[in-house]
Write a protein that binds this ligand. Structure first.
Ligand SMILES: [Zn+2]
Length: 281
């Protein structure tokens, strides 16, 4: 498991699954010809030999002071679409190994409520879906929930019922603002577009800074082409605008960027590259 230190804060990546995924399934304009000139920096970490994205579904486990904060809960042990079937991963064992056992996680936060970010919110016990982390507060964006309350995830309509509603029913959900402060060192940053209430997560400690993207980017190739439409974005125009603003703000800055779906090494810096940007690891 990879760990990064940001001042006094420790962030560890805990993987659920890494999946090869054809770029055009998410980004229709990212054809083999159109991304050929990006191979120099996308390979070997982010594109495999067959030209597929290496799409990682992982959580970030953050220790900030006494708080144990889990960002995004991946797929879970549930049947799911997109060639991502019920996955018997060692996710919970891996979390326990780094001191994030089910009983001691205090905060669970989802950057948004798509199925691949809420899965381990719950586990099945005695035929019912129950909170995986019974002593945690689950932070749910008020705006995000306001959208999904009346919508279904078209990729996995059942996700709301097996992974989100049980948290509300157990009384563990706190609806929070898009700039909510989670701890002294961790706060949410609004990055809407992928979903209406989508947030990124900023970590600041002792003058050092990191930011967890969420699905503002699915893949580093979007830094070279932030204008390309991502079919999973709920509001494509707003998502494009948010990507551009994020790139402008973080390029050539001393900010460690942690990609929510970026395969290992996952973390790097955004650097300006002509009229666009690239990800330097
Ligand atoms: Zn996702």
């Amino acid at each position: 498991m990879e760990t990064w230190r940001v001042g006094d804060v420790e962030i560890t990546r805990v993987v659920d699954v890494v999946q090869p995924f054809p770029p055009t399934r998410l980004i229709p304009e990212a054809t083999p010809d159109a991304i050929a000139d990006l191979h120099g920096w996308l390979r070997p970490h982010f594109l495999d030999e067959d030209g597929n994205m290496r799409l990682s579904i992982h959580a970030f486990a953050i220790r900030s002071g006494d708080a144990r904060i889990l960002v995004d809960t991946c797929l879970g042990d549930k049947p799911r679409p997109l060639g991502l079937p019920g996955w018997q991963s060692s996710f919970l064992e891996d979390l326990a190994e780094i001191g994030f056992g089910r009983e001691v996680v205090d905060r669970v936060l989802c950057t948004h409520l798509h199925f691949d970010h809420v899965g381990w919110n719950t586990v099945r016990e005695d035929g019912a879906w129950v909170p995986t982390f019974p002593n945690a507060r689950y932070l749910v964006g008020e705006k995000e929930w306001g959208f999904w309350e009346h919508e279904v995830d078209r990729y996995a309509p059942e996700a709301k019922h097996d992974s989100v509603l049980p948290i509300f029913e157990a009384g563990l959900a706190d609806l929070v603002a898009m700039d909510h402060r989670v701890s002294d060192e961790v706060r949410l940053v609004p990055t809407p577009g992928h979903t209406p209430g989508h947030v990124s997560v900023r970590v600041e400690s002792r003058g050092e800074q990191a930011i967890i993207t969420g699905d503002l980017f699915h893949h580093p190739l979007q830094m070279a082409h932030p204008e390309w439409r991502d079919t999973a974005d709920v509001d494509a125009d707003l998502a494009r605008e948010t990507r551009l603003r994020f790139l402008e703000r973080h390029a050539d800055a001393p900010v460690l960027v942690l990609g929510t779906h970026f395969a290992s090494p996952t973390a790097g810096r955004i650097v300006r590259d002509g009229a666009a940007w690239r990800f330097e690891v």
